[in-house]
Design a protein around this ligand. Structure first.
Ligand SMILES: C[S@@+](CC[C@H](N)C(=O)[O-])C[C@H]1O[C@@H](n2cnc3c(N)ncnc32)[C@H](O)[C@@H]1O
Length: 281
């Protein structure tokens, strides 16, 4: 009986690691294709939103910061201007290359980039004062594990900062959003409801010091589709699903038409700041 359980555990670990490796390939492929367009998008470069995230960390200037799934490194660069040292980690070389070129040109010398899988961070425990990630957890197959990893490498009293799009608390509405998100980008896994993000923080041993939600990220649909170069048939289906959503309120993202008749939706974002505390024994 014990042998059967051990075999089942072994097979499920094997299946999980194969599935993660496969998903990582999908992530690399998607973000290699979209790297340039992604890095030029206003919802990625917006200085005010970047400043807001940095402010949430309440830096003193002496911190060592880790930005996970850093992509083109806008968050890492902003932190580097306000902290002692920053490391940015990402799976996709094409994304990191954009960050490296830009920050070199800007003369940022306290920032370095590394290729790595954030589901298993290549750092010792408690190495950083602040561990941050933006717009990335919804691409992860095991986001709970990623938050645990963030907490592991963060020192006691340090800050774990997560900003991401969030989904409806009603699972069928969140699933509706995931349908058009996945058609648009196969590396999308799941938009997490805030209750689940809070649960991950609690399970990772983090005290949630603040939670803020924002509705100021409203991508224009055609530019959003062009970023990931969605095939024509899938793009038509995304437009159809969003139109249904606009007419019947199906996901909570409240798609709308602007004055010029262009379509947008609310990519609702949440920022959570958590503090690592000493567990009572
Ligand atoms: C939407 S981009 C966000 C980039 C950046 N954080 C920002 O806000 O500008 C998501 C990034 O997550 C990275 N990514 C996804 N899964 C990852 C993983 N398991 N390990 C490392 N990076 C990952 C992708 O390569 C991509 O650069």
């Amino acid at each position: 009986m014990r042998q059967v359980s051990a075999t089942i555990a072994f097979l499920s670990t094997l299946w999980e690691s194969r599935s993660m490796a496969h998903h990582n390939e999908i992530v690399r492929e998607s973000f290699t294709v979209q790297a340039k367009a992604f890095a030029a998008n206003p919802w990625v470069t917006d200085k005010q939103r970047i400043r807001r995230l940095v402010a949430a960390a309440r830096l003193t200037g002496d911190e060592r910061v880790l930005d996970i799934a850093t992509g083109p490194g806008y968050i890492a660069e902003a932190f580097a201007r306000a902290a002692r040292e920053v490391i940015g980690v990402d799976l996709t070389a094409a994304m990191l290359a954009i960050g490296e070129e830009r920050t070199k040109k800007h003369g940022v010398s306290n920032l370095s980039f590394r290729i790595g899988d954030v589901q298993s961070l290549p750092f010792e425990k408690e190495e950083f004062d602040v561990v941050v990630t933006r717009l990335a957890l919804h691409h992860m197959q095991n986001p709970a594990k990623v938050v645990r990893e963030m907490a592991r490498v963060c020192r006691l009293g340090g800050t774990v900062l997560v900003e991401d799009i969030y989904g409806s608390e009603h699972s069928e509405r969140a699933a509706y959003q995931d349908r058009w998100e996945k058609l648009r980008d196969p590396s999308h896994v799941r938009t997490l409801p805030i209750s689940e993000l809070l649960h991950f923080f609690r399970e990772a041993g983090l005290e949630t010091d603040s939670l803020s939600t924002f509705e100021d990220l409203c991508p224009e649909l055609e530019r959003w589709l062009a970023t990931t170069r969605v095939p024509l048939g899938d793009a038509a289906e995304v437009r159809r699903l969003l139109e249904e959503d606009r007419l019947h309120d199906l996901s909570g993202t409240r798609p709308f038409l602007d004055a010029a008749g262009q379509r947008h939706f609310h990519a609702r974002t949440a920022t959570l700041a958590g503090r690592r505390f000493r567990l009572l024994t």
